[in-house]
Design a protein around this ligand. Sequence first.
Ligand code: ADP
Ligand code: MG
Ligand code: MG
Length: 213
Amino acid sequence: ASRDAARTVLAAIAVTAATIDRHVDELGRLDSVAGDGDHGIGMQRGATAAIAAARTAVADGAGAGSVLERAGDAWSDRAGGTSGALWGIILRTLGARIGDTGSPTAASVADAVAAAADAVSASGGAQPGDKTMVDALQPFADTLRAETSAGADAAAAWRTAASTATTAAADTAELQARRGRARTHGDHSLGTPDPGAHSLALIVTAVADVLQD
Ligand code: ADP
Ligand code: MG
Ligand code: MG
């Protein structure tokens, strides 16, 4: 069963990298409105390094948690930028929580995602409403927990949470940036969603398809 978990993690990281590849230009354009335009490139560098590290880890026989941790290390090492550091934290926190033994359950996945959201907030200092990836990640984590507590299986809960994250990411268009590079651009970003919230929504939406299988 833990072998299956490692393979699911590998598939999730693979669809993450493929999704980012398809959206590099879009993410760069979003980040050029009030940031420095490198969000697509940075995410692509990070996700490409993460999938390579995850493949090596699975070939070495690593469990799901270790695969996530090694992918997170590779992501933050290679991506550069704020989002790269935060995605490294997300994957490493998920890995530490999920661990290498046993089969992740809907509840343990929800707990791991909640811990990742807490770690991102603690590290970056952003609050909900600051127009960052937190504005997609926190509602994603909260919905995942609510759905699993209400008895949904992991795949169904994840899909509902991804839909919440997608709406929440789009809603960041109405927010003023108060963190990260975009904060120095005043209200330039009004009308444009936060790039990091948007990429997070794209990723969790793509991963829903993996969990469905
Ligand atoms: P950089 O800003 O270093 O160029 P990226 O362009 O890759 O990095 O990522 C920008 C994204 O990072 C923003 O759209 C936002 O979602 C996220 N971000 C920036 N600062 C923070 C923070 N303090 N907490 C959470 N997310 C943040
Ligand atoms: Mg940038
Ligand atoms: Mg940058």
